[in-house]
Design a protein around this ligand. Structure first.
Ligand SMILES: [Zn+2]
Length: 205
C-alpha cells in the first residue's frame, strides 16, 4: 500500500512522515532529499540537476519523475512507500501512474499565519537535521549533538511567498484530481496529527 503526503511548506510533513515510518513501517521517500542526493552524483544527469537546483530553478516534472522511477527500481521499492511532497503537478501524476499505484493521498491543511510563524521561527541543526522553534527553544546549540543551530536559507518571507504560489498553482490541481477519485484524506495540522493518522490507518486495514 502506497501513500502520498502533500501539504504547504512547514505544514508538518516531516513530523507526520516520521510517525508513519516508525509506527507503520513505511519507506519514506522525500523528493527534496532524493534530488539533493542525486545532485551529488558525477553523472551527466546529476550535473544537470545540480546546476538547476543551484540556480534556484525548478526541475521539469518529467525529469524528477524519471529520477523517482529509477530510484524505486534500483532499490526494489514498489510497496509500502510514503511519498512526501510528490507528485508536484498534474504532469507527474500522469507519469507516475504508469509505475506506482496510490492508495491514499494525505493532505495536511494549515493556515497561512501558522505556516508563516513556523517558518520565521524555525532553526535547524546542520549536523543531525533536528528542527527547533525559537518559540519553544531558547538555546543556540542542538540538544542532541551540540552543533550550533542555523536557519534554512529559504526560510524567509520572500521565499515562502514563492513556495506558496508554486503550491497553489501546481499542487492544488493535484489534490483536486485525487479528490475526484475519492483518494484524499485531509488532516488538520493544528490538531493532534497522531490521532488523525491512526484513524486513517484503521480505515485502510
Ligand atoms: Zn544536532
Amino acid at each position: 500500500m502506497n501513500l502520498v503526503l502533500l501539504g504547504p511548506p512547514a505544514s508538518g510533513k516531516g513530523t507526520c512522515s516520521q510517525y508513519l515510518v516508525n509506527k507503520y513501517q513505511f519507506t519514506h521517500i522525500s523528493m527534496g532529499d532524493l534530488l539533493r542526493k542525486f545532485a551529488e552524483q558525477s553523472t551527466n544527469m546529476g550535473m544537470m540537476v545540480r546546476e538547476t537546483l543551484s540556480k534556484g530553478k525548478i526541475l521539469e516534472e518529467s525529469v524528477t519523475t524519471k529520477i523517482l522511477h529509477n530510484y524505486l527500481i534500483e532499490n526494489n521499492l514498489f510497496d509500502n512507500i510514503l511519498l512526501d511532497g510528490y507528485p508536484r503537478g498534474l504532469k507527474s501524476v500522469n507519469l507516475m501512474q504508469e509505475f506506482l499505484s496510490i492508495k491514499k493521498v494525505i493532505v495536511l491543511e494549515a493556515e497561512f499565519e501558522l505556516i508563516k510563524q513556523r517558518i520565521l521561527n524555525r532553526l535547524i541543526c546542520p549536523n543531525c537535521n533536528k528542527v527547533f522553534s525559537k518559540l519553544e527553544y531558547s538555546l543556540d546549540k542542538c540538544d542532541v549533538c551540540g552543533a550550533t543551530l542555523t536557519t534554512r536559507s529559504d526560510d524567509n518571507i520572500e521565499s515562502l511567498t514563492v513556495r506558496m504560489q508554486e503550491y497553489q498553482n501546481l499542487t492544488l490541481p493535484v489534490i483536486e484530481y485525487y479528490q475526484k477519485l475519492g483518494l484524499v484524506y485531509k488532516i488538520n495540522a493544528q490538531e493532534n496529527y497522531k490521532i488523525q493518522l491512526d484513524k486513517l490507518m484503521g480505515l485502510l486495514k
